[in-house]
Design a protein around this ligand. Structure first.
Ligand code: NAD
Length: 247
């Protein structure tokens, strides 16, 4: 479904990001995964190369809070592969601290990675996508972007901002044949969820009509669809992949 395409996936070293990288590689794309540290990027690359030595996968670890570092890393991708067809913005962090205990510095940290880093990756990529006549950007929202969550105000706030950014850029970039969508996962089995206490997870599952948490591959399948030509008329969409859970 992605033969000949070049993709960047942020936060591609584990969890949902790693599943997206694998899915894109299995479908014929060349992928550059961005991680936060050289060590974890190298570990992910070793694991992917051992699964299939023919996969064209590469890695980088720019600081996503640093616009210049991100622009430089993205230019390197363009220089090496000649184009950038898909930008999957997946890196993100969450926190569920109550408002009274919430450190303002943590609020900034969440907004910086979950929202501003998207601005940093999208800005230089758009330039190349416009030059090559199109491309697609897929952001990572969350079901809590619509519903909010009972504690940890920074995270749902950041994901609502992701929706706003997605809707707006879909309108701005549509005339340049650049599609912009987001995937809004529900509860998905990754380290982010493993960090939640079990007593919090069980009642949540009872609330999911499909009666199970999502797997990273469920989310990666949505990223595949939106990146593919099957979604050629889909833009400005926040695609829920949450087993119909409504908090
Ligand atoms: P995870 O914690 O397993 O992985 C997060 C990824 O982000 C990792 O690859 C990590 O290296 C990267 N990352 C974290 N901090 C970074 C930084 N400062 N700079 C660069 N990269 C950094 O989480 P996940 O569950 O795979 O989450 C992936 C995305 O899906 C996030 O945007 C998250 O908000 C979203 N999401 C997850 C769930 C869920 O239930 N797991 C639900 C809704 C949305």
């Amino acid at each position: 479904m992605l033969k000949g395409k070049v993709a960047i996936v942020t936060g591609g070293t584990r969890g949902i990001g790693y599943a997206i990288v694998k899915k894109y590689l299995e479908n014929g794309a060349s992928v550059v995964l961005f991680g936060s540290r050289e060590e974890t990027v190298e570990k992910a690359l070793t694991s992917l190369n051992s699964e299939n030595p023919n996969w064209k996968v590469d890695g980088a670890w720019p600081n996503l809070s640093d616009a210049n570092a991100v622009a430089e890393a993205i230019q390197k991708v363009k220089d090496k592969y000649g184009r950038i067809d898909i930008l999957a913005n997946n890196a993100g962090i969450s926190q569920s601290t109550k408002i009274e205990d919430y450190d303002p510095a943590d609020f900034d940290k969440i907004m910086n990675l979950n929202v501003k880093a998207l601005f940093h990756t999208i800005q230089p990529t758009v330039k190349y996508m416009r030059e090559q006549g199109g491309g697609c950007i897929i952001n990572t929202s969350s079901m809590v972007s619509i519903s909010g969550q009972p504690s940890g105000v920074g995270y749902p706030t950041s994901k609502s901002a992701v929706n706003g950014l997605t809707w707006s850029l879909a309108r701005e970039l549509g005339p340049s044949n650049i599609r912009v969508n987001a995937v809004a996962p529900g509860i998905t089995r990754t380290d982010m969820v493993a960090a939640l206490p079990e007593k919090m997870i069980q009642p949540l599952i009872a609330n999911i009509p499909l009666r199970k948490v999502g797997e990273p591959e469920d989310i990666a399948n949505a990223f595949l669809f939106l990146a593919s030509d099957m979604a050629s008329y889909v833009t400005g969409e926040i695609l829920s992949v949450d087993g119909a859970m409504r908090t």
